[in-house]
Design a protein around this ligand. Structure first.
Ligand code: KIV
Ligand code: ZN
Length: 511
């Protein structure tokens, strides 16, 4: 049994299936680059058949990522598999992940197929996928509720047909750790050709057991775990990458395998995913929550000061908490900015976009004494979106907010190059600003989420605002950051509107 545990990240596919977490092509590339820097082995970039936008996003990730394998999801259908193969053509290393349901309830009620037909279709799809790449993963969907004997039968056949990875999904998060562990043990034991493929697991968190089930499977021979940053994913989410990886790294006395991940990239990846999707991380979340390494009680603080290991089982810096150093200030030049951005894995394609980022950096440095990595990530989000999408731009915003008075806002926007202005009053300055913007744009979109987080600490910190809008079943997230949270809110609202009017933006990424 190999001592390498393969990490397969599906933030860009299953993670994106969280309602409201859809990402643009550029956002997917940014997240993929952080995953590549983290040395994630396989990045599942999306579901190419789902829409032209999904296809383009997977293709863009495949074209831009060099060190990780890029994977595309496909149902067990020729058209899905060929579309995935097409999207992955430019990848240095590619994988097609094909799936079909195997539980009695899914086969009978959803697929309306007999078990024999399911086996036949699975085998044909694996063979088809092998025409595009020799790296093929097969998932018997809802394996957690499938019959063991049927799983053994179908898996033996798909391995013979050329599947190199067999992924066992607990699609509905129904399993209990000891049960899921035995499932893996039994499959590896009973399937005659199980040594010809890597066994993987993909656990959902409906009962809060996704990480526990994944670890139990690893103890029983699984050598790939599918997971997502911050545990993002369908419904209650998937197993969280940071928890799986750090449990295995920290408890090497228990596990006989390890990942080759650079764990110092975990916190930056978590922040980027939270900011792009608008799904904030709870403060008490393991590894990446703001309180994960904070000691509040006197007894704990005393113990840690005497010997860190009294209360700490991991080093905060090992997961990237100390990476967010003060890095630049008002006097830093363009090359210092360029070099720090490069360390963060961000390279602008044109001098023009670097110049724009530098202009924004100087503006920020005038307002804020110390500029941290997270400030730079927010700045890059804005620069990237303004280069790609902005048909609507904020020219100016004036808000009036006074005790006893109704707040009001006056806004000037540039819409397709023409300046337009409007005024409105509202329940608060943000409400007034949004209403003034709406008077000009008339988007008729529904506001589904408005959230403000401080990027760094201190009262001069930038507010990072996420606005989620929905219109005709399309859901988009807008981001905006500024030391003034009303301006950040307006930028975020405008960013979401720009995504809404963009032609290639996708509906919810599921079929
Ligand atoms: O949860 C699931 O079963 C899936 C499959 C496509 C692997 O996401
Ligand atoms: Zn899933």
């Amino acid at each position: 049994m190999s001592d390498k545990l393969i990490i397969f990240d599906t933030t860009l596919r299953d993670g994106e299936q969280s309602p409201g977490a859809s990402m643009t092509k550029e956002e997917k590339i940014r997240i993929a680059k952080v995953l590549e820097r983290m040395k994630v082995d396989v990045i599942e970039a999306g579901f190419p058949i789902a829409s032209p936008g999904d296809f383009e996003a997977v293709k863009a990730v495949a074209d831009n990522i060099k060190d990780s394998t890029v994977c595309g999801l496909a149902r067990a259908l020729d058209k899905d598999i060929d579309r995935a193969g097409e999207a992955l053509k430019g990848a240095n290393s590619s994988r097609i992940h094909t799936f079909i349901a195997t539980s009695p309830i899914h086969m009978e009620k959803k697929l309306r197929m007999s078990p024999e037909q399911v086996v036949e279709q699975a085998v044909a799809s694996v063979k088809r996928a092998r025409q595009h790449t020799d790296n093929v993963e097969f998932s018997p969907e809802d394996a957690g509720r499938s019959e063991l004997s049927f799983l053994c039968r179908i898996i033996e056949k798909v391995i013979d047909a050329g599947a190199t990875t067999i992924n066992i999904p607990d699609t509905v998060g129904y399993n209990i750790p000891h049960q899921f562990g035995s499932l893996l043990h039994n499959l590896l034991d009973k399937i005659p050709n199980s040594d010809k493929a890597i066994f993987s697991v993909h656990c959902h968190n409906d009962l809060g057991l996704a990480v526990a089930n994944s670890l139990s499977a690893v103890l029983n021979g699984a050598r790939q775990v599918e997971c997502t940053i911050n545990g993002l994913g369908e419904r209650a989410g998937n197993a969280s990458l940071e928890e799986v990886v750090m449990a295995i790294r920290t408890r090497q006395d228990v596990f006989d395998c390890d990942t080759t991940l650079d764990t110092t990239q975990i916190v930056p990846a978590s922040r980027l995913v939270a900011s792009i999707t608008g799904f904030p991380v709870q403060p008490n979340k393991a590894i990446v929550g703001a309180n994960a390494f904070a000691h509040e009680s006197g007894i704990h603080q005393d113990g840690v000061l005497k010997n860190r290991e009294t209360y700490e089982i991991m080093l905060a810096e090992d997961v990237g908490w100390s990476e967010n150093h003060i890095i630049l200030g008002k006097h830093s030049g363009r090359s210092a900015l360029k070099s720090r951005l490069k360390d963060l894995g961000i390279e602008f394609k044109s001098e023009e976009s670097l110049n724009q980022a530098f202009a924004r950096f100087k503006e920020l440095a005038d307002k804020k004494h110390e500029i941290f990595d997270d400030d730079l990530q927010a700045l890059v989000s804005e620069t990237t979106s303004s280069f790609n999408h902005e048909r609507i731009k904020l020219v100016s915003l004036k808000v009036c907010s006074e005790t006893g008075e109704t707040p009001s806002a006056a806004v000037i926007l540039s819409v397709n190059g023409e300046e337009e202005s409007a005024e409105a009053s509202g329940g608060g300055p943000v409400d007034a600003a949004f209403k003034a913007i709406e008077k000009i744009i008339n988007s008729d979109a529904e506001l589904k989420l408005y959230s403000v987080n401080n990027i760094t600490s201190g009262t001069d910190a930038q507010g990072d605002v996420t606005v989620r809008l929905e219109k005709e079943k399309r859901v988009v997230n807008g981001q905006g950051a500024d030391t003034d949270i009303v301006i950040a809110s307006a930028k975020s609202y405008i960013n979401a509107l720009n995504k809404l009017v963009q032609a290639d933006e996708r509906a919810h990424p599921q079929l």
